[in-house]
Design a binder for this molecule. Structure first.
Ligand code: ATP
Ligand code: MG
Length: 563
């Protein structure tokens, strides 16, 4: 797997623009920014933006390029410090570092205010006292220009006075707003005298009660970028129509630099909702276990699920940066996770649906403990001593009373190899009244450890197993997709109507004893089953181990005929 910071052979259109700006001397360095609003946890869509912005900075170290982490915290109502902390932790975990460049847009409130006063003085902004409904009605539509507000041509002094009184708290919310005076006939509705300041009598996490007027995103964002000398301000496509307003603000305010906005397609994934509002609803209504629920596409959820940061970075690089929106198959992300874990994860054994096998010729004389080494590239990742006794657990579906064609595992009178150990032969089995196999009897074939094809024995498969005497019970959480349809956002009954009722199954599995002592976050392959991680919260030393399934070995969804 290639490193996600290495420049790719072919540059995407944004990297091309940047390379050209450096080559022509338009810019002597590159400064990008990742500007989350601290009103929720970051998700995999944000990871795309983080990898792009921090990635570009990393690729231009020769000119001292940087990427700022800027909290876009201009809206007092929805923001919390819990989100600020989680966002920092997630960016770091993804492998990026903002160094000294950590900023809060709320520290620029004075600058935003001064720019607004400047616009008023220049005759480019006015205090509007129509109601929101009147403004909407007078905005016109695509074929009809807007109707000028009766307040549009107020004298500058009156505007200055009213704006100062808005700031001083003399008005109630909604009584007046500040509008930019641009073009009521513009085909771009964003230019029809957009509101740039509104009154909100709300407490702000950083500035407290110092302000009761707050700037709107389209006005504040370009000013934040300009103040920080951002060269390339990268955002998602839905802001394309806002770019003329972005440029208008830059061109009419006293700013220290002229950033350029460039839009790219946002990431959407199948079987996933990405809107922070919807994620918040899932969390608040208790439909998932919190922002870090392993079924959520949040960075903290994916981390707890066992997704390696490197796999996420690789995925973001692979999907690329384009101007076309589309939906990416979530299986692609799962593929990268599997691919990365295949090389990095040590091998262990666990039996998820156990049935007991009694080894009838097991002698009390200690047999050599099984040596299990089953990592294709790195034997040391699987190499360990695994205790064994006269009783073991195997998977229920590794035994068939009447084996089907091509079933090479255990059945009456059949042979199978115990991974890393002996070949065994099934000598009998017991069933309960319902017809379920309750016990299998088998005998060990002495001298078959490490012997590939002993003469006269047909053995074509190796199965995993756990020693019954020393094995442990573990809680194993099997996660599946949170939604049962590809596009939950489009579901007729709303996204909550298509929640997958089987997105979490909790089992008690049998696991090899070495798994009792592993640390939280320990990631391994349960051989032949999938990749699992010791839960970052509930897995506690000395207690029953708790493992989350990161991803199945193969895409079981496809196998089940899900797609
Ligand atoms: P939401 O619409 O869910 O509230 P947002 O875009 O408002 O998300 P922000 O915190 O403002 O969330 O996003 C920070 C940055 O991440 C922005 O630059 C935004 O463009 C980018 N971003 C958000 N979602 C995606 C996505 N799905 N794909 C790529 N970039 C994204
Ligand atoms: Mg946003």
């Amino acid at each position: 797997m290639s490193d996600s910071n290495a420049p790719s052979a072919k540059l995407d259109f944004i990297r091309e623009i940047i390379a050209e700006d450096l080559a022509t001397g338009k810019h002597s360095t590159v400064i990008t920014r990742f500007p989350p609003e601290p009103n929720g946890y970051l998700h995999i869509g944000h990871a795309k933006s983080i990898c792009l912005n921090f990635g570009i900075a990393g690729e231009h170290q020769e000119v001292g390029a940087k990427c700022h982490l800027r909290f876009d915290d201009t809206n007092p109502e929805k923001e919390e410090t819990e989100y600020v902390d989680s966002i920092k932790a997630d960016v770091k975990w993804l492998g990026f570092d903002w160094g000294a460049d950590l900023y809060f847009a709320s520290n620029y409130f004075d600058f935003f205010y001064d720019c607004a006063v400047h616009l008023i003085r220049e005759g480019k902004a006015y205090v509007e006292q129509q109601s929101a409904e009147e403004m909407r009605a007078n905005r016109g539509n695509l074929t009809t220009p807007g109707t000028p507000s009766p307040f549009r041509d107020r004298p500058v002094d009156e505007n200055l006075d009213l704006f100062a009184r808005m700031k001083a708290g003399e008005f109630k919310e909604g009584e007046c707003v500040l509008r930019a005076k641009i073009d009521l006939a513009s085909p771009n509705m964003n230019l029809r005298d957009p509101v740039i300041y509104r009154i909100m009598h709300a407490h702000h996490h950083n500035t407290g009660d110092a302000w009761c007027i707050y700037p709107l995103y389209d006005y504040a964002h370009p000013l934040e970028d300009a103040l920080e000398h951002i060269t390339h301000s990268l955002c998602t496509l839905e802001f394309e129509n806002h770019r003329p307003l972005y440029d208008w603000v830059i061109n009419h305010c006293p700013v220290p630099s002229k950033p350029r906005q460039i839009e790219f397609a946002r990431l959407s994934l199948t079987y996933t909702v990405m809107s922070k509002r919807k994620l918040l609803q899932l969390v608040q209504e208790g439909l998932v276990g919190g922002w870090n629920d392993p079924r959520l596409p949040t960075i903290s959820g994916l981390r707890r699920r066992g997704y390696p940061a490197e796999a996420i970075r690789h995925f973001c690089k692979r999907i690329g940066i384009t101007k076309f929106s589309g939906t990416t198959d979530v299986a692609l992300l799962e593929f990268d996770v599997r691919d990365f874990l295949n090389t990095s994860a040590p091998r262990r054994m666990a039996v998820l649906d156990p049935v007991k096998v009694v080894l009838e010729n097991w002698s009390t004389e200690p047999l050599a403990a099984a040596e299990v080494a089953n990592h294709p590239q790195q034997p040391e990742a699987g190499n360990r001593e695994v205790p064994m006794s006269g009783e073991i657990w195997i998977e229920r579906d590794d035994f068939m009373e009447v084996p089907e064609k091509k079933f090479y595992r255990l059945g009456p009178d059949r042979h199978v190899r115990l991974k890393g150990g002996h070949i065994i032969r099934c000598s009998g089995f017991e069933k309960d009244a319902a017809g379920n196999v309750t016990l299998i009897r088998a005998e060990i074939l002495p001298g078959t450890v490490g012997v590939d094809s002993p003469a006269g024995i047909e053995c074509r498969a190796a199965i995993h197993w756990v020693d019954a005497a020393s094995g442990l019970d573990a809680e194993v959480r099997i996660y599946d997709r949170l939604f049962s349809v590809e596009d939950p956002d489009a579901a007729e009954g709303g996204f909550l109507s298509v929640l997958n009722p089987n997105s979490l199954k909790t089992l008690t599995a049998k696991v090899e004893p070495s798994l009792a002592a592993v640390a939280q976050g320990f990631s391994c392959q349960f051989e032949r089953v999938g990749y699992f991680v010791a839960d970052a919260i509930d897995h506690q030393p000395g207690a029953k181990p708790v493992f989350n399934r990161t991803v199945a070995l193969k895409d079981s969804w496809v196998k089940k005929g899900g797609r």
